[in-house]
Write a protein that binds this ligand. Structure first.
Ligand SMILES: *Cc1c(COP(=O)(O)O)cnc(C)c1O
Length: 404
């Protein structure tokens, strides 16, 4: 029997709504290797939009190791780690991560997203409480809702609100897990980790920190926020990705030997998915080795971020008053630098104007963030002249845009 209504018709309506709100997004092809300059849609541009913080995604040493691993082990790992998917490279990578993080052990997932989903669902369930920073990454939020635990979002980096929620709710639940990004990916600020750990201790709660944008970026050896704050030795669940500073693919959790053994037995997104490919595993392993051999990459990254951050602070401060109402510098202590822009139409125009000037930045809009922004990420391999050109271009487009 046929009916006249189209069960997929709502998709067209929904897309119309997305377009109307200026929320519609499309992909932009980048050709060639990643680096401080890249080719976007056939045009060479300065790259301020990648997560390749250490500038390793195009590094010959990583490329060679990935090729060697492919020649040795083939292209796929052919099964889940517990069945046929384990290679010696996986163990070597997990040991290298544990060493970098100064933890007893580590476990590598096939992506950071899977690491978060698998870990949060393994650690909590229906009788438990998850307290999650409102700006946490989508993978932490989805992990929390999949777990079946009661989830409460506390205000962004607000310790008072976190304490209030703990006082009000902690005793009604069996376990409690506090979730926070280390560096917030769409803002660039750093979580108050020592204070969060202190509250967790007081209320017998676990803490899981997502170091996606801080591992390979913060800390003396690049171990992330935990090292930056001198908290690496505290009991905690330290998650991170291999897809950003480590220029590959995959995610990890580092922590006590018991925690890691437990995850191998209880994290569904590790047990029931194919192991990381030999090429990705070898590339990540090579990235960690380069970070150790060339600590100046890390200091250069930190210096570059500081330099561009200060330049953009000046740019915004020097804007005519009327234009200062359009943009706002968000506080940052990382390699992510954001300029919040009042509305989506303006942020799109600014992003396009920067592209015209050969500067590639991310335009981030709702629903990813509450208020639109231009997001710039700094690399260790940016030269001073690249950073200067970026700051100059931002100044120009901010002055040229119609203050409507
Ligand atoms: C990128 C990111 C992830 C996901 O990592 P992938 O390896 O890309 O899947 C998780 N958490 C945060 C905070 C991220 O920025």
């Amino acid at each position: 029997m046929c009916t006249s209504s189209d069960p997929y018709g709502w998709i067209r309506q929904s897309l119309k709504t997305i377009h109307k709100a200026n929320w519609h997004r499309t992909v932009q092809p980048v050709s060639g290797k990643s680096g401080p300059t890249i080719t976007v849609a056939g045009r060479s541009m300065l790259n301020f939009a990648s997560n390749d913080y250490l500038g390793l995604a195009g590094d010959d040493r990583l490329v060679r190791q990935a090729i060697a691993a492919t020649k040795t082990y083939g292209t796929g790992s052919t099964g889940s780690r517990l069945l046929s998917g384990q290679r010696p490279l996986h163990h070597a990578l997990e040991q290298a991560i544990a060493q970098l993080k100064s933890t007893e052990d580590a476990i590598v997932f096939s992506s950071g997203y899977l690491a978060n989903i698998g870990t949060v669902t393994a650690l909590t369930s229906r009788r438990d409480l998850v307290l999650s920073d409102e700006y946490n990454h989508s993978s932490l939020k989805n992990g929390a809702s999949l777990s079946g635990a009661t989830v409460i979002a506390y205000r962004h980096c607000d310790l008072e609100d976190l304490a209030t929620q703990l006082v009000a709710h902690r005793t009604a639940y069996r376990r409690c897990l506090i979730l926070t990004d280390g560096v917030f990916g769409m803002d660039g600020d750093v979580c108050p980790l020592p204070e969060i750990l202190a509250l967790a201790e007081r209320f017998e709660a676990m803490v899981m920190i997502d170091e996606a944008h801080s591992a390979g970026v913060l800390g003396k050896t690049g171990a992330g926020c935990a090292e930056h704050f001198g908290c690496g030795h505290r009991p905690m669940v330290q998650m991170g990705t291999l897809s950003k500073a480590f220029a590959s693919l995959g995610g990890y959790v580092a922590g006590s030997a018991e925690l890691i053994d437990f995850l191998r037995n209880r994290a569904p997104s590790w047990i029931y998915t194919t192991g990381l490919s030999p090429a990705d595993t070898a590339a990540a392993l090579a990235a960690i080795a380069v970070l150790k051999q060339e600590p100046n990459r890390l200091t250069q990254l930190q210096e570059n971020a500081q330099y561009l951050s200060e330049k953009l602070d000046c740019t915004v401060l020097n804007l005519p008053l009327k234009r200062q109402q359009i943009v706002k510098r968000l506080p940052s202590d990382s390699a992510i630098i954001c300029l919040q822009v009042r509305d989506t139409a303006t942020v799109l125009r600014l992003g396009n104007a920067l592209k015209q000037q050969g500067i590639f930045v991310s335009v981030v809009r709702p629903p990813t963030v509450p208020v639109s922004r231009l997001r710039m990420s700094v690399m260790a391999t940016h030269e001073r002249s690249h950073l200067d050109r970026c700051a100059e271009a931002v100044e120009q487009v901010l002055n040229a845009i119609e203050a409507s």
